[in-house]
Design a protein. Structure first.
Length: 411
């Protein structure tokens, strides 16, 4: 094991030649406060140890899958943040396979989606998001539904692991609202076997050989109304891997995902070992009279309980809000409350805190990010370069903690 660790450190350092170091980033962007860069442990200092041990087995022994769920709003739905983190984590070991993971094909719901997923929409579909109060749908794990009543509807799906490089898989999981569906999805190419979990609403198509794209159509009922509700997709491979799942809905707050009736049942198929929580920017984007930090904390308490019902050993990283302006006019001081609440959550749930708000420079720092082309003029969202920087900073915090774990193993 020690020999493997030594080789790992050498290969890792060599493999990071294209990755900007934390010192380089600090020199390039002097407004960053790198003194707040490290992961913070307000509860147990071993909060990530079980996760790291499982990651060790995958990297060094080639055993099992490690599942990471990144949960948030538009920052995650856009895809740049999560995909950059996925690529960063792929550098942990030369042979480490990093799977695409769970995602929602947002184009079917008529909203934006990551550029590394191709979806061709056929027929008429409508979207239903958990972040819109007037919407009332039977959401699952993704918090967003794509609904069709068009018997000629369908879609073509393909994912990419890199430019021009299709992502191949041997199992396709289709998450759906089974109880209300009257149309049955049909896959081309035809799967070699199928399994349907009617309680969770998960349809599994298994292929003997790798496939990298599918076309889905529907068999409609002879009588009665036609309807199909899609709630998510996952492309699965056989080999040991780190699986990075993106769970993002534009406008989502903590209360949004609490509206999902099938969250835990479908979440059991994802089986998260680590959840990166990035919900809070939409919770805190309110006038002072409507912002109640204690209610915000209580909703997070429930989400933690849900995930630990799925996996009692699940670890958590709470990522504080980025700095922002309320209605583009004034710095949103509620971000300071979010930091305080997440410190409490970290202590009470033996979770970890990564203070994005502090690292990016604290209150009013979003203006500096905008000047550097890293944030958009709405002073809430980042540009692609900003999301990549966000991910790089998170990755270096993660690597620092994992490196400490590995050093302890070779002492």
């Amino acid at each position: 094991m020690k020999q493997k660790l030594t080789v790992f450190f050498i290969v890792f350092v060599v493999g990071l030649h294209g990755q900007e170091s934390l010192n380089t980033l600090a020199l390039k962007y002097p407004f960053l406060d790198t003194s707040k860069q490290s992961l913070q442990f307000f509860g147990s200092e071993d909060a990530l140890e079980h996760f790291f041990e499982k990651l060790d087995r995958t990297i060094f022994e080639g055993e099992g899958k490690v599942n990471v769920v990144h949960m948030g709003g538009s920052h995650v739905q856009g895809g740049t943040l999560s995909h950059t983190m996925r690529k960063n984590l792929a550098q942990l070991a030369p042979e480490l396979n990093v799977e695409r993971g769970f995602f929602f094909p947002h184009r079917l719901a008529n909203t934006n989606m990551p550029g590394n997923i191709y979806v061709k929409k056929i027929g008429t579909w409508e979207g239903c998001r958990n972040s819109i109060p007037r919407n009332n749908c039977p959401w699952g794990f993704s918090g967003i539904d794509a609904i069709t009543r068009d018997t000629s509807a369908g879609f073509v799906l393909q994912s990419f692991s890199g430019p021009g490089k299709a992502y191949a898989f041997k199992e396709l999981r289709v998450f759906e609202h089974f109880k209300s569906n009257t149309m049955v999805p049909v896959c081309t190419p035809a799967p070699d076997s199928t399994h349907v979990d009617t309680v969770a609403g998960v349809r599994q198509w298994f292929f003997n050989a790798l496939v990298d794209s599918v076309a889905v159509s529907f068999e409609a009922p002879q009588t009665g109304g036609a309807q199909y509700t899609l709630q998510g997709i996952q492309m699965v491979r056989d080999e040991p891997s780190l699986v990075y799942h993106a769970l993002g809905v534009n406008g989502a707050a903590t209360k949004s995902f609490l509206r999902s009736e099938n969250f835990m049942e479908q979440g059991a198929y994802v089986a998260p070992d680590l959840v990166i929580f990035g919900l809070g920017i939409n919770d805190a984007y309110k006038p002072d009279r409507e912002w109640h930090p204690e209610e915000y904390k209580a909703r997070y308490d429930t989400l933690v309980d849900w995930f630990r019902t799925i996996n009692p050993d699940c670890a958590f990283i709470f990522m504080t809000n980025n700095d922002s302006y309320y209605k583009r006019r004034t710095p949103n001081k509620h971000a300071l409350d979010v930091v305080r609440v997440m410190e409490q959550l970290s202590k009470e749930h033996d979770a970890v805190l990564w203070d994005l708000f502090g690292v990016m420079g604290g209150l009013n720092s979003i203006a500096l990010w905008e000047e550097q082309g890293l944030a958009k003029s709405d002073k809430i969202h980042f540009t692609r370069a900003g999301y990549r920087l966000n991910s790089d900073l998170l990755f270096w915090a993660f690597w620092e903690a994992y490196e400490d774990h590995l050093k302890a193993l070779v002492k």
